[in-house]
Design a protein around this ligand. Sequence first.
Ligand SMILES: *[C@@H]1O[C@H](CO)[C@@H](O)[C@H](O)[C@H]1NC(C)=O
Ligand SMILES: *[C@@H]1O[C@H](CO)[C@@H](O)[C@H](O)[C@H]1NC(C)=O
Length: 497
Amino acid sequence: MKWEGIFGVLFFCVFCCVEGGKKIKIDVKRTKVYGPGLQPDKIAYPVQYFFIEVFDIKGNRINKSVGNAFKVQVEGETNRGTLCRVWTQVLDRYDGSYIARYRTYQTCKGTSIHVLYNNQQVADSPYKIEGPIYAEDCYCPVGDIKTWQDMAGCPATYPQIHQDLLPFHDVELGEVLQHATKRFNQAGARSFCNYVIKENKVYRKCYGQHVGFNMFMDNMLHSLVRKMRLPDIEFITNLGDWPLVNPKEEPLIPIFSWCGSEDTADIVMPTYDITEATLEMMGRVTLDLLSVQSNNDIPWSKKKSQGFWRGRDSRRERLDLIDLAREHKHLFNASLTNFFFFKDEEEKYGPKEKHYKYQVNIDGTVAAYRFPYLLGGSSIVLKQDSPYYEYFYHDLEPYIHYVPFKRDLSDLVEKIEWARSNDEKVQEIARNGRLYVQENLMPKDIYCYHAALFTEWSKRLKSQVEVREGMEHIPTPENEKRFGDCQCHRLRNRDEL
Ligand SMILES: *[C@@H]1O[C@H](CO)[C@@H](O)[C@H](O)[C@H]1NC(C)=O
Ligand SMILES: *[C@@H]1O[C@H](CO)[C@@H](O)[C@H](O)[C@H]1NC(C)=O
């Protein structure tokens, strides 16, 4: 026993120099590696991801960065016998934990995942993956939604879904559609789509003038049907930011929307912003809820005790904030930008907000979809009171996850002053916000929410689901043939496709 202990120390600990010259002895075997990305053959995600938590030789969790010595290698063979093309990335959360993620582009077999710290294998690395790993664009459902949810470890449902669907049962979608076109589509005023999922294929017909945003819903549905068999369902998706349904107007119309509000009765689902950032992770989109967590390299003590805000002039209070900031220069750094999406600016100029302790969140036309990104960052969020909400807001508590201020900004200065004199509490709130994002807004969670929503919704439909006249079949995009066919083993012995 003694010898094993000594061997452990000899072989598995690495000295790492940290701030102040104090050495931390990292134990690569005690260091924890966990997360869905270690079982990529079970569930496909656009990007596979897992977490690394660093421990020292005494078994203590290390709570600051140990540098960028973690490497992840994913090695496998394509159906053609060549090496798989895999893009890997390790994100430092600067708290002694790391997010490793990788994206595959074709089916990979005989894969092993190496997690290395200064070339030493960490925890149980290398991880041998038994089954093939399928890329995001491979159509290869594991089974029905329930099977998928169980494999992924999803909650069966969510309080927000329960709440949203409470008024609906025995829904006849044909009638709903008639009311919706009459009420919302006069002169094409509102844009929405009627979707049908039948035998795991996607069909839709859209109404209104601006229907371009249907691509976000299409993309998410396609991503879902590649992974699981959805029940036959039919629903209506609002393509605008504003929720539509007046709760007092009979009959109540069930409509799925990206943003909800306290005075409407829409059924909320994850915003197009979050779903697109999930689907396009490590691709087109550079800011997502994983990458935002590594925006933390400036120690809290070096951050400015000021409120930071950037955004467009899409709401009166945003202009008021600029005025307020001029009056209280020592408390704010706020200015308007011309960029349609704030993220574009970040991509061009690099994240600036991490230099500030307090992030001010003010509604845009509706809820500011930046809120989850601010929450997952390393600062605290001061959030304007708002009737608007995204699907997860009701999980959050003021003074636990964020600091609220009044809608008219009348107590914002007071709140910033409060934050300046309660630094410990503020740090704790910032940590809680981050933790919430880590535990609830990861790619897996975005799929889980959709899975639960569609399952619950399917139970409320009375009408037979049929492809309606005038609907268009939206085929799932072909996987990239140049990298080899996806060759889903689950479909091989079936007649389909
Ligand atoms: C990190 O751990 C050390 C020792 O356990 C502790 O003194 C320190 O406060 C911790 N820092 C944070 C940010 O949790
Ligand atoms: C406000 O923030 C920007 C971006 O970090 C910075 O360039 C500028 O100097 C700041 N302004 C003040 C007055 O601190």
